[in-house]
Design a protein around this ligand. Structure first.
Ligand code: SF4
Ligand code: SF4
Length: 387
């Protein structure tokens, strides 16, 4: 018997009436901040949705657009005194929109077409997915550990994917990769296409089982969150694969003194918490443990960190690039204010957003994936090109 999909909140409409209209959620909401209109805040979205529910009318297209402009950063959830799971309510609203309209808003339709036809939302060729794999790497085809690369690392931040496998070799961690690695389906999990997400999850689970996978390691917080949190809900108890973010693995090995860093890097840097790693899974300390173990590195924190960290705008790049870039600029200015000339993070989407924000706004800092810094400290010469 198939398990029931449990993403989204069944009684979310009732929950809208719990909202105390206090407005805490609107203060730091990144999309409300850059648009400047109250209507973009969760409080206003809930009020407007209630209005149309009470009138038994469908949602107007302007409101549907606004519902899709939430980055799902989760900052509002941290401050809501009535403990509403605001991003999950947003997801539920999107699921109902897809149920009624048969599709999400325009920007997501192409992305899902690409996922289904090419295995990635970017529309890139399947044959190019493993172009980053170096010839001199040891891959153990019998390993139960899968390095799940993800679409963004496979096609955009390829140097980090390469350095990850070099690190895994250097620390003697056995792993394999899938030559035909499929997209995890994160977009479909969040854009309301939950039936498509379930289909993707089930197909992927069959592939993982056939490959004898018991542990998945990934560097991408989006893939991590999807595999770790969404898959057990979409597939059910049958999904027993251990899912680790690479920062958890590396931090643990550092603690056990199984990683010896050999090379100093005399830079001052700050760290940006990816929303779907930090707020969604509480992984705040593992990346900081790694940074603090890097020889020579002087680490300074930004003003807003951990639970209070601000979003890079990345999730909006699919359908609202202008807004994504404005949100990215706000976070980039916080990096400048920290005084650090380098920022590290461990998310391909965050790296791209912050790098672009620095370039578009002529801001003086460089973005380096934490994987590059680890590879450099481990004396891997290939890392030198990316510092
Ligand atoms: S999840 Fe982030 S973008 Fe969405 S409503 Fe909450 S604070 Fe705003
Ligand atoms: S913080 Fe929570 S209770 Fe207050 S307005 Fe926002 S959703 Fe409503």
């Amino acid at each position: 018997m198939r398990n029931k999909m449990t993403l989204g909140i069944k009684n979310y409409k009732d929950q809208l009436y719990i909202c105390a209209k206090c407005g805490y959620c609107r203060v730091d909401c990144p999309i409300r901040k850059i648009k400047g209109f109250e209507t973009s805040s969760p409080r206003a979205i809930f009020l407007l949705v209630k209005h149309y529910l009470d009138k038994k009318e469908g949602l107007p297209s302007e409101l549907v657009e606004i519902i899709y402009q939430c980055t799902t950063c989760g900052l509002c959830r941290e401050v809501c005194p009535t403990e509403l799971d605001i991003p999950e309510i947003i997801r539920s609203l999107r699921m109902d929109i897809v149920k009624e309209q048969g599709k999400p808003i325009k920007g997501f339709i192409k992305a899902t077409d690409n996922v289904l036809s090419k295995g990635n939302p970017l529309g890139r060729d399947r044959d190019e997915r493993c172009d980053w794999v170096p010839d001199d790497i040891i891959i153990d085809k019998n390993s139960p550990n899968l390095f799940y690369v993800g679409c963004m690392y496979s096609y955009w931040e390829m140097h980090s994917a390469e350095l990850t496998v070099r690190i895994l070799n250097k620390i003697n961690y056995s792993f394999k990769i899938m030559e035909e690695e499929p997209c995890c389906g994160m977009l479909e999990c969040w854009d309301g296409e939950i039936e498509v997400a379930e289909e993707i999850a089930r197909k992927n689970f069959e592939k993982f089982k056939a490959a004898g996978i018991s542990t998945i390691i990934t560097s991408c917080p989006g893939c991590y969150s999807t595999l770790k949190e969404a898959y057990p809900k979409l597939i059910g108890k049958e999904f027993k694969i251990i899912v680790l973010h690479i920062s958890e693995l590396l931090a643990q090995l550092i603690e056990e003194k199984k990683i010896n860093f050999e090379r100093e890097n005399n830079i001052t840097l700050t760290y940006h918490d990816p929303c779907h790693l930090g707020r969604y899974h509480g992984i705040y300390e593992a990346p900081r443990k790694i940074i603090n173990a890097l020889p020579g590195v002087k680490f300074i924190e930004m003003e807003n960190i951990k639970e209070e960290s601000n979003c890079c705008g990345g999730p909006l790049r699919t359908a609202f690039l202008d807004y994504a870039q404005e949100i990215g600029k706000n976070r980039a200015l916080e990096i400048v204010n920290s005084g650090a000339k380098y920022v590290t993070t461990i998310c391909p989407q965050c790296s791209i957003s912050l790098r672009q924000a620095a370039a578009l706004n002529e801001l003086d800092f460089k973005v380096i994936d934490l994987i590059v810094l680890v590879a450099y400290a481990l004396n891997l010469e290939e890392a030198e090109d990316y510092l």
